[in-house]
Write a protein that binds this ligand. Structure first.
Ligand SMILES: [Zn+2]
Length: 406
C-alpha cells in the first residue's frame, strides 16, 4: 500500500469503528463524552490524539464496574463465540467476525502457506493467543493440530505422524521438541516454518533453527487486548505494522504522540468490530522506523520491544529505559559494570554514566566512545565517569534517579 492509500484505508475503518463504538459500546461512548468528543471528532489519524489513552492497568476496574467487558463490546452475548480471560482479570470477547486479531498477515509474511500442517503449542486455557492464531492459520488454509503446552514426547510423536511443516509457540519449547526428537532417535522433525512468541528470541537461537534445522523462524508483537499488530518479514529488521492497527508511539505520562525515532509507549487503535480498543496503552515501549524496508512493504516498522513503560525515566524531555543503557554499553568493549545516575544541577537534568572497566582496560578513549554511543542510542548528551572497580554495588538499579524535587 502506498502511504496515501494506507491513510485512506485506515481513516475509513477508523470512522466506522468510532461510529460503531459510539452507537453500540457504552464504554467507548463514556470515554469520548468525558473528552467532550462526538462521533465525528475522531476521523483522521491526527485527531485520534484528542482521545486520552486508556491504560491496560485500568481495564480490571472498568470491567468490574460494567461487567463483563467494561461496556467495550459492541455485540450482544448471544453473538459472542468465546470469552477469554487474561491476568487481571481482563475479559476479552471473541465475536462473530473472523480474523479479529489480524494474525494471518504476519503468519503469511512468516512463511506459512496453504497446505501447511501446524502444531500449535501455545496455551489453550483462558487466554486468546492459541485460539486466535488457529483461526488465522485456518484463514490462510493451514491445518492445525492444537497440541497445547507441554507433553514433549507427544509433540514429537504427533509432529512426525501428521508430518507437521509448521510450529507455533515459544522459541525455547521449539528447541526442546527438536532435542527430544533427537534423543528419541527419530532424527529431524519435518518443520519448515515457525512463528514464535511470548518470550525473547535471541538471534543465536534463531540462527540455530534456521541453519541447523532449516526452519524459517519469525516473530510478531501483540497483546491479548489488541491482537497481533506487528510482524517480521523476510528481512527480520524490525516488525511491520499491520494496516488494521493504528500504532502511535506516545509519551507514557501524557499520551501525546512522540516524534519519529523516540522511544515511547505503544498506543494502538485496532480495527476490531466486536471489541474496539481505541487508543489502548499497552504499557510496552518501542521505537518506530518509517524508512523503507528492502522487502518492498511500505509500512513502518517497530524496532523491537524496548521494555515496560513503568520502568522509564524522563531526562531532559526524553525517555530512557534500562535496556537502552545495556545497548550503549554493548557498543563499547571493556566495561565490566555500569550504572546511569540522573541528577539535577542548576535546574538541569544531568545524565552520568558510571562505569567500571574490566581488568587491563585503559580508560583513555573509552569515555569518548561511550559518549558517542549515548548520543546515538539515547539521543541525549551524557557524561562518563570511570569509577574504581567495586564502587557500583551488585544490586544497584541500572537507572538511578537521584533528582530531588522541591
Ligand atoms: Zn520488510
Amino acid at each position: 500500500m502506498a502511504p496515501a492509500a494506507r491513510r485512506r484505508y485506515q481513516e475509513g475503518w477508523l470512522r466506522e469503528l468510532v461510529a460503531l463504538g459510539w452507537a453500540k459500546a457504552p464504554g467507548v461512548r463514556r470515554r469520548m463524552e468525558a473528552a467532550r468528543l462526538g462521533p465525528n471528532d475522531l476521523s483522521s489519524l491526527e485527531s485520534l490524539a484528542r482521545l486520552p489513552v486508556i491504560k491496560k492497568s485500568q481495564m480490571p476496574d472498568l470491567q468490574k464496574a460494567d461487567p463483563p467487558f467494561g461496556g467495550f463490546c459492541t455485540v450482544p452475548m448471544k453473538q459472542i463465540r468465546k470469552i477469554f480471560v487474561s491476568p487481571g482479570p481482563i475479559f476479552e470477547p471473541l465475536g462473530p467476525e473472523l480474523g479479529a486479531w489480524h494474525a494471518e498477515t504476519g503468519l503469511y509474511a512468516g512463511g506459512f502457506r496453504p497446505g501447511d500442517v501446524v502444531i500449535n503449542t501455545f496455551l489453550y486455557h483462558l487466554v486468546p493467543a492459541a485460539h486466535e492464531i488457529d483461526e488465522a492459520l485456518n484463514l490462510i488454509g493451514c491445518t492445525v493440530v492444537p497440541t497445547g503446552v507441554g507433553n514433549t514426547e507427544t509433540q514429537v510423536v504427533v509432529a512426525r505422524a501428521v508430518q507437521a511443516t509448521g510450529y507455533v509457540g515459544t522459541p525455547s519449547f521449539l528447541m526442546t521438541i527438536l532435542k527430544k526428537a533427537e534423543e528419541m532417535g527419530l532424527g529431524r522433525l519435518p518443520f519448515e516454518v515457525a512463528q514464535v512468541g511470548a518470550e525473547a528470541l535471541p538471534e543465536s537461537l534463531r540462527r540455530q533453527f534456521e541453519e541447523e534445522y532449516g526452519i524459517f523462524t519469525r516473530q510478531g508483537f501483540g497483546t491479548a487486548d489488541i491482537g497481533l499488530v506487528a510482524y517480521e518479514c523476510v528481512e527480520k529488521s524490525g516488525m511491520h505494522l499491520v494496516e488494521d492497527a493504528i500504532v502511535q508511539v506516545c509519551d507514557p505520562q501524557t499520551g501525546e504522540p512522540l516524534p519519529d525515532g523516540q522511544i515511547g509507549e505503544i498506543v494502538a487503535t485496532v480495527n476490531h468490530r466486536t471489541y474496539p480498543m481505541i487508543r489502548f496503552g499497552t504499557g510496552d515501549l518501542t521505537v518506530i522506523d518509517h524508512s523503507k524496508c528492502p522487502c518492498g512493504r511500505t509500512s513502518a516498522r517497530m524496532l523491537g520491544w524496548r521494555g515496560r513503560a513503568d520502568e522509564v525515566t524522563k531526562v531532559r524531555g526524553m525517555f530512557i529505559h534500562p535496556r537502552q543503557v545495556d545497548e550503549v554499553v554493548a557498543r563499547v568493549a571493556g566495561v565490566s559494570r555500569y550504572q546511569v545516575v540522573v541528577s539535577r544541577q542548576d535546574h538541569q537534568d544531568v545524565l552520568t554514566f558510571r562505569v567500571e572497566l574490566a581488568e587491563g582496560v585503559e580508560a583513555a578513549g573509552i569515555a569518548t566512545k561511550l559518549e558517542a554511543a549515548i548520543r546515538e542510542v539515547m539521543k541525549l548528551r551524557g557524561r562518563v565517569e570511570v569509577v574504581p572497580r567495586g564502587s557500583i554495588p551488585e544490586a544497584a538499579k541500572k537507572v538511578a534517579d537521584e533528582r530531588k524535587w522541591d
